[in-house]
Design a protein around this ligand. Structure first.
Ligand SMILES: NC(=O)c1ccc[n+]([C@@H]2O[C@H](COP(=O)([O-])OP(=O)(O)OC[C@H]3O[C@@H](n4cnc5c(N)ncnc54)[C@H](O)[C@@H]3O)[C@@H](O)[C@H]2O)c1
Length: 265
């Protein structure tokens, strides 16, 4: 019988106050894991942790800005002091600017790389300090369909997500002999608040460009999905749970497309 029992395990999820991170948190909590729900918007982290606890799971809200290296190190130490180690890390915090390339600004590139790429390096590095001595641990970095194909309207985002794929492969190889698995997931289209904080979500930009309603934009965006539907945050949670499970013990350095067939490479 397939057993996805994560009782006694913990997981730190960055960006878990958001759509996909929140779905991943729910799935790990349902499997019995203690979930550290981290987000720089503390009230969103708290809301998700409260929801999980009210449903009978175990969750702890953490205010964490992933661009703050000291805060990352403090968070890891806090978890290790509480639980004795870090079993699983899912890096999911993300930002996106959606605009034609010639309208982009250098400061947008910097923020995109800091949140989407540099933080992944810092989070992996900090977690591995505790995983390596135990020769145990699983890491999943949330990438994107934009890790595999450039986009004239989100060049910085694609650059950051290509980077996370290279980083994931490289870290996976660096720790492969130590029984630690490092993988990625490439979502296609999930309806979340991605880009809202940058006033730049794909849906809003589509509505402006086509002068259409949100419903019309969503219908049009669905046509990019070969299966004709969006993916859900829980789809990403199920994939992350699998990659952190014993069933994935011989999978490392991979980036799993969970995108209804949008990308076949
Ligand atoms: N939604 C999609 O269609 C889609 C597709 C491919 C990849 N992704 C990736 O999935 C991940 C989650 O995105 P989402 O769609 O759930 O968007 P979202 O906006 O709902 O969630 C992103 C979360 O990251 C948090 N965040 C941003 N900057 C942060 C920082 N400095 N420190 C800590 N937290 C920070 C936000 O507060 C938010 O809660 C991102 O990495 C995104 O690139 C999303």
């Amino acid at each position: 019988m397939v057993n996805f029992d994560f009782t006694g395990k913990n997981v730190l999820i960055s960006g878990a106050g958001g759509g996909i991170g929140g779905g991943i948190a729910d799935v790990f909590a349902k499997a019995g894991a203690k979930v550290y729900v981290a987000d720089w918007i503390e009230e969103n982290a708290k809301k998700k942790a409260d929801e999980i606890n009210a449903a009978g799971g175990k969750a702890v809200a953490v205010k964490l800005d992933v661009t703050d290296l000291q805060a990352i190190e403090d968070t890891m130490k806090m978890i290790v002091d509480a639980d004795g180690g870090i079993d699983n890390l899912v890096t999911c915090a993300g930002v996106m600017y959606n605009k034609p390339y010639m309208m982009t600004k250098p400061e947008e590139m910097k923020l995109t790389l800091d949140v989407n790429l540099v933080s992944v390096d810092n989070l992996c590095h900090a977690a591995l300090k505790y995983m390596l001595p135990k020769k145990a641990g699983k890491i999943v970095n949330i990438q994107s369909a934009s890790s595999r194909l450039g986009n004239p309207n989100s060049a910085h985002y694609a650059a950051s997500k290509f980077g996370v794929m290279g980083l994931t492969q490289s870290i996976a190889l660096a720790v492969a002999k130590e029984n630690i698995n490092v993988n990625g997931i490439c979502p296609g289209l999930v309806v979340t608040g991605l880009g809202d904080q940058q006033n730049s979500s794909t849906i809003t930009m589509y509505m402006k460009a086509r002068n259409c309603t949100r419903e019309e934009a969503l219908e049009a965006l669905k046509t990019f999905s070969p299966m004709g539907r969006f993916q859900t945050p829980e789809d990403m949670g199920n994939a992350a749970l699998f990659l952190c499970s014993e069933y994935a013990q011989n999978i490392t350095g991979q980036s799993l497309n969970v995108d209804c067939g949008m990308r076949l490479n």
